[in-house]
Design a protein around this ligand. Structure first.
Ligand SMILES: [Zn+2]
Length: 81
């Protein structure tokens, strides 16, 4: 099991080519839109990592700050019990 470079395709989820924010320029990342931001948080209210949501680095950064802002404004939970 030395050459695991070729056989690790099983774990890789089929990822989107383009980030949904880059494709659809109309979508704005707004910290007040909690229902929209909730889609980018896990069931434990954690921010979904980039490789799972398929968002590009630039938009993931904006998303993360928006989610963090929404948490401070009590629109999103910090933890899910
Ligand atoms: Zn993007």
């Amino acid at each position: 099991m030395r050459d695991n470079n070729n056989n690790n395709k099983k774990n890789v989820v089929v990822r989107q080519r383009h980030c949904s924010f880059c494709v659809n320029k109309k979508i704005e990342i707004d910290y007040k839109d909690s229902t929209f931001l909730r889609r980018f948080t896990s069931s434990f209210a954690k921010i979904v990592p980039r490789h799972r949501s398929g968002v590009c680095a630039k938009h993931q950064r904006e998303l993360a700050t928006a989610i963090k802002r929404a948490r401070v404004m009590a629109l999103l939970p910090f933890i899910q019990r």
